[in-house]
Ligand binder design. Structure first.
Ligand code: ATP
Length: 306
């Protein structure tokens, strides 16, 4: 029944998305494209997955826009346990790369491997259980906080609370009269952006994923919430392969590798310091953002808007 409840919650939240999209007709196609177009017949399930991600000469075009190649000859290796930050101008292809790692689409050319196995050969349901995604505006379902964190898994209350503590969510959840039984969504409590993100991080932690995909928030949170989210994210990143769409200077500084994506191609890659020394696209991006007046919070200097 929980599964059914979640399915309904998902459907109604997709419906909400859809209604929002009606105003902007181009978005409808993007939304329709979110339905996985891949098959999972005879997919392999391995005994374990190491977190190496490899793109080899990948080309990709969204089915709804067959005339526009969005990713071109893209090659990248992310080592197990490494943190890679994707940066670059809006529309460059960062989210698309993340979508491809989850195999929401297949490349037109080239291939993508996880732990040395071609994604096309793996059972999508199996590997998606080993990849957690924390997006900028996480979708919470119209059910209890507990069910939002457990997300259809057979997690005990202890596991849910443990994850919530790690994600800096336990304190505010405990502050609600109904605690973890508190309903969220239209008929429940309204959560702040930072609180939603912490629920999403708890949800990711309970999966204990090998790979963490993160779309860092661009919108400003208040300083306290910002700190709480950052601390939770830092914990979630430990001992995992991390691919983060980065918007903060503090994040790119921590990354083992920064990849600048522009018009679907890798413009530059290296550490933050190496790239700054190179005096290229990255340096321009960072400087442009610094000049743009984000000085109120130096930790939140944004690296990519355009
Ligand atoms: P941003 O920083 O603004 O999120 P991004 O670097 O993540 O941008 P993508 O969202 O990957 O860029 O978009 C790359 C290109 O693909 C853009 O031209 C975008 O309009 C297009 N695109 C993205 N999603 C879809 C979709 N579902 N269907 C068709 N085109 C899409």
């Amino acid at each position: 029944t929980l599964q059914v409840a979640l399915a309904f919650a998902l459907m109604s939240s997709l419906y909400g998305d859809f209604m929002q999209a009606v105003g902007a007709s181009t978005r409808i196609f993007e939304l329709m494209d979110r339905t996985p177009k891949v098959s999972n017949e005879n997919g392999k399930k391995l005994s374990e997955l190491d977190g190496r991600i490899e793109f080899k000469a990948v080309d990709f075009t969204y089915p709804s826009r067959p005339d526009t190649k969005v990713i071109k000859n893209f090659s990248l290796t992310v080592e197990p346990g490494e943190m890679v930050a994707l940066v670059g101008p809006s529309g460059g292809g960062k989210s698309t790369i993340v979508n491809l790692i989850e195999r929401f689409y297949d490349p037109d050319q080239g291939n993508i491997t996880l732990g040395g196995h071609n994604l096309r050969e793996l059972d999508p349901q199996w590997f998606r259980q080993r990849i957690a995604m924390v997006s900028q505006e996480p979708t919470l379902f119209a059910c209890s906080i507990r069910d939002n964190i457990a997300y259809g898994r057979q997690a005990t209350m202890e596991e849910v609370m443990e994850a919530a503590k790690e994600a800096n969510a336990h304190e505010f959840v405990s502050g609600f009269e109904d605690g973890y039984d508190t309903l969220v969504g239209e008929r429940g409590v309204r959560l702040s952006g930072g609180q939603k993100q912490r629920i999403a991080i708890a949800r990711a932690l309970i999966m204990d994923p090998v790979i963490l995909l993160l779309d860092e928030a661009t919108s400003a949170l208040d300083a306290e919430s910002e700190h709480q989210v950052q601390e939770a994210v830092d914990r979630a990143m430990k001992k995992r392969t991390v691919v983060v769409i980065a918007h903060r200077l503090s994040t790119v500084r921590k990354a083992g590798k920064v990849v600048v994506i522009d018009k679907g191609e890798i413009a530059e890659q290296g550490t933050h310091d190496e790239l700054l020394a190179r005096d290229g696209v990255y340096k321009k991006l960072v400087h442009r953002q610094m000049m743009a007046g984000f000085s109120a919070d130096t930790n939140a200097v944004k690296v990519d808007t355009s």
